[in-house]
Write a protein of this length. Structure first.
Length: 378
C-alpha cells in the first residue's frame, strides 16, 4: 500500500498504461488492465504476457499496482508479486517451455539450464525470457581456473601430481590451513587453492563446474559465491573445532555446499523438477560425493609419511554440507526473491554467524585450555 510510480517512469515499458490512471494513484483497475493487455499484448514477450494475465486474474482487490508491472518488465520481482501469481485462480494455459520448437542452440541451452535448476514452470519461463548471459557465470569459471593453476604450479615445484600431500615440502605452503598457524586468518579461506593430489582436485573441479555453472547462470554470481565461500569458511572452522590437530586442503567445503544444496532442492521439489533421469543423476552425484568423502577419511587415518603431522582432515566436507542444506537451500528455493523477506533465511544466517563466532572463540581459548599436543609448525 502507498506505493506510487509516476506515469513517466513507465513510458519506456508501456506508454499507454498512464492513460488509465489520470489521477496518478499508482494503480489501475484489473478490468482496464485486461483490456490493455488484449489490445497491446503483442508488444510483450509471450511468457511475460502470460504472467501479467495470471497476475490480473489472481487479484482480489480489483486493481493492479504499477510497480508490479514495472517489476515484471525490468525482470525484478517482489515476494508479494510472486505469491499473487502462484496463488492465483488462473492456471498458466500456454504450452510448457519444453514443448516449444524452432529454438536456436543458445535458446535450447538456456531452456536446459532452466529445467535443470528450477522446479516451477513460471520461474523457468521467467528465466528463459530474462537471461542475457551478461555477465556470464564468471565466478565458478574463475575459481576453477585459479585452483587448477595453483595445483599445476605446486605439481611442478614438488615434482609430484598424485598425493602431493605426502611431499615433505607440501605443508610449508602459505595457503593451506595448519593448526599451529591458525592465527593467520587468510588460511581459513585460501586452503581451497591446495589439493591433496590430482585425484582430489579432479572430482572437485568436475562437480563444481557441472553443478556450479548452471546454478550461477540462474541465481547469479553473488548468491552462488556466497554459498561457496560460506561452505569454505565453515569447512575450515569445522576442522579447527572438531579435528584440532589436522591441517586441511581442497575446495570440498564449497563444492559440497553447492552440490548438497542442489540435491536437497531437487528432493524437496521432486514433482516439479523436470530434469531428465533425475533419480539416476542424483545417485551418480551421491556416489561421487561418497567416493571423495571416503578418500578423505581414508587419507586422514592413513599413517602419515612425515609424522607427527597427520594428513588433512575430512571435516571440511561436512561443514560444506551443513551450509548447503541450510543457507544454500533457502537461496535456491527463492529464485529472484528478496532473501531478507524470508524468515528461514534469517534463522539459518543467525545460526551460521553464531557458529562462526563460537569457532573464533574456540580457536582463541580452547587450544590452550585443552593443552593439546599439536604437530610442529611446518
Amino acid at each position: 500500500e502507498g506505493r506510487k510510480v509516476k506515469g513517466a517512469d513507465l513510458a519506456e515499458h508501456f506508454p499507454l498504461l498512464s492513460q488509465f490512471d489520470p489521477d496518478n494513484t499508482g494503480y489501475i483497475s484489473t478490468e482496464k488492465f485486461r483490456s490493455l493487455l488484449q489490445r497491446h499484448g503483442s508488444e510483450l514477450d509471450p511468457h511475460k504476457l502470460e504472467v501479467l494475465l495470471a497476475l490480473a486474474d489472481s487479484n482480489s482487490e480489483g486493481r493492479i499496482c504499477y510497480q508490479d508491472f514495472v517489476n515484471l518488465m525490468s525482470n525484478k520481482r517482489s515476494n508479494s508479486f510472486r505469491q499473487a501469481i502462484l496463488q492465483g485462480n488462473r492456471r498458466l494455459c500456454s504450452k510448457a517451455l519444453l514443448e516449444e520448437t524452432g529454438l536456436s542452440l543458445s535458446q535450447r541451452l538456456i531452456r536446459h539450464v532452466a529445467y535443470e535448476t528450477l522446479p516451477r514452470e513460471i520461474d523457468r519461463k521467467w528465466y528463459y525470457d530474462s537471461y542475457t548471459c551478461c555477465p556470464p557465470p564468471w565466478f565458478m569459471i574463475t575459481i576453477t581456473i585459479v585452483e587448477v593453476a595453483f595445483f599445476l604450479y605446486n605439481g611442478v615445484v614438488l615434482d609430484r601430481f598424485v598425493l602431493q600431500v605426502s611431499h615433505p615440502l607440501y605443508l610449508k605452503n602459505a595457503l593451506l590451513y595448519h593448526p599451529q598457524l591458525r592465527a593467520q586468518a587468510w588460511r581459513y579461506l585460501t586452503y581451497i587453492f591446495m589439493h591433496a593430489g590430482i585425484e582430489h582436485l579432479g572430482l572437485n573441479v568436475v562437480l563444481q563446474l557441472l553443478v556450479g555453472i548452471p546454478l550461477e547462470m540462474v541465481h547469479g554470481a553473488a548468491r552462488i559465491s556466497f554459498v561457496y565461500v560460506a561452505g569454505v569458511v565453515a569447512g575450515s572452522l569445522a576442522v579447527s573445532v572438531a579435528d584440532m590437530t589436522a591441517p586441511v586442503v581442497g575446495s570440498s567445503g564449497g563444492v559440497y555446499a553447492l552440490v548438497s544444496a542442489h540435491l536437497a532442492n531437487i528432493v524437496m521439489n521432486w514433482s516439479g523438477m523436470k530434469c531428465q533421469f533425475k533419480l539416476l543423476r542424483m545417485a551418480v552425484a551421491l556416489i561421487c560425493m561418497s567416493f571423495e568423502f571416503g578418500r578423505a577419511v581414508w587419507l586422514r587415518f592413513h599413517p602419515s609419511a612425515y609424522p607427527p603431522c597427520p594428513h588433512p582432515s575430512f571435516m571440511a566436507h561436512l561443514g560444506g554440507v551443513m551450509v548447503g542444506i541450510t543457507l544454500g537451500v533457502i537461496i535456491l528455493r527463492n529464485y529472484e526473491q528478496r532473501l531478507q523477506d524470508q524468515t528461514l533465511w534469517w534463522i539459518f544466517l543467525s545460526i551460521y554467524v553464531i557458529f562462526v563466532l563460537f569457532a573464533i572463540f574456540w580457536n582463541i581459548f580452547a587450544y590452550s585450555l585443552l593443552d593439546l599436543k599439536l604437530p610442529p609448525p611446518p
